[in-house]
Design a protein around this ligand. Structure first.
Ligand code: MTE
Length: 360
């Protein structure tokens, strides 16, 4: 479906929600398009490049409407390698603590990395004479209507103006040197490196500069951390804590959870990602439940906005639990337990990663 490779874990066919297997995601620091996870809240729109329009409005000098050709020829294109990570990545680990009804049990692969090519959002904002001010917000709208929203509405979200004006935020039309595929937001999407995937609005057709965050359901009500005793069905706009930068996270991609492997040397591989302006500083791996730790080898950083793949050669025998945890460049480390992080919508599980295997 949607050009994805065999072995994808499809949580829903419509709207299409699917993640690659751990081993497929481990294949490279840049994720192939047929391997990149996809998260949708409604039907995938079919918009031709020649029909696509972008309207920039709100607190601007003058409303601006751009065609695809104008967007791609008027501004200087640039490329950014950036990881997208869904706020629901690793929800399955939270659901093991306590059930999370109505939400997909994403494993550790609702995250992927691509080279995105487009123009800086700030250049388009400047062309419209957008007001500046760090207390402003930049809201994005798209045409895909989600019946999962209450009430049903087109997808939208917003980011603070300071982030919107940063160099890395793109209006992108290429992914890994190919035209942006429909399922990933083609013809044009927003890419907000370092923020939860929900802010990287696909099929973007509207940008509004405004004094407040977007009142769209997916900004005001969803993608917020509710207290453990809250009822998500009655939560309303503004309840809970709005998610923006991605929490420091890591997981193990090889071997797979539940695998049987040969006793002896084993290469353990995974990813680690620190959102926004933090980097991954270290990944520790334990074979004894966290009593002792070894440091994994980190692959070079491809960009400040990208995950780092890591690996470690361990010697294994019998039943083994492998635990991994990452540290960021501020000295912060992932929390140990999913139980401590449980929240009713199952967002932002960044607890230590664990896989269980049998080596014989
Ligand atoms: N944009 C629109 N218009 N509609 C959506 O449903 N899903 C968001 C974001 N942008 C979404 C969207 C979420 S929650 C995520 S995690 C990313 O897109 C997923 O991007 P991908 O499908 O390219 O991996």
């Amino acid at each position: 479906m949607w050009g994805k490779r065999d072995g994808f874990v499809v949580h829903d066919r419509a709207p299409f929600n699917a993640e690659p297997s751990r081993s497929a995601l481990a294949e490279g620091a840049i994720t192939a398009i047929d391997t990149f996870y996809s998260r949708n809240h409604g039907p995938v729109p079919d918009i031709e490049r020649r029909e696509w329009r972008l309207v920039v409005t709100g607190l601007v000098g003058q409303d601006l409407t751009l065609t695809f050709d104008e967007l791609t020829s008027r501004f200087i294109p640039r490329s950014v390698v950036a990881t997208l990570q869904c706020a629901g990545n690793r929800r399955a680990g939270l659901a093991e603590v306590r059930e999370i009804p109505g939400e997909d049990p994403w494993g550790p692969c609702a995250t992927s990395t691509a080279e995105w090519r487009g123009v800086r959002l700030c250049d388009v904002l400047d062309a419209a004479g957008a007001h500046t001010g760090d207390d402003l917000h930049v809201a994005f709208t798209a045409p895909d209507v989600s019946s999962l929203a209450d009430p049903p509405q087109p997808y939208g979200s917003s980011i603070p103006a300071a982030k919107a004006r940063s160099d890395e935020v793109l209006l992108a039309w290429e992914m890994n040197s190919a035209p942006l595929p429909r399922v990933h937001g083609g013809p044009v999407r927003v890419v907000v490196p370092g923020y939860i995937g929900a802010r990287s609005v696909k099929w973007v057709t509207g940008i509004t500069v405004q004094p407040r965050p977007s009142d769209n359901y997916f900004q005001a009500t969803a993608y917020r951390i509710l207290p453990p005793d809250a009822d998500p069905d009655t939560a309303g706009p503004g309840d809970g804590i709005s998610l923006s930068s991605v929490a420091l996270n890591c997981d193990i991609l090889e071997p797979d959870d539940g695998a049987t492997v040969s006793a002896g040397p084993l290469t353990v591989r995974g990813y680690a990602f620190a959102g926004d302006d933090r980097g991954v500083a270290r990944v520790d791996v334990s074979l004894d439940g966290g009593r002792t730790w070894c440091q994994a080898d980190l692959e070079p950083e491809q960009s400040p906005w990208s995950w780092r793949l890591w690996s470690l050669c361990a010697t294994v025998a019998g039943p083994v639990t492998i635990t991994a945890r990452a540290w960021d460049t501020t000295g912060a480390m992932q929390p140990e337990s999913a139980a401590a992080l449980w929240n009713p919508k199952g967002y932002a599980n960044n607890s230590w990663a664990r896989v269980h295997l049998h080596a014989n």
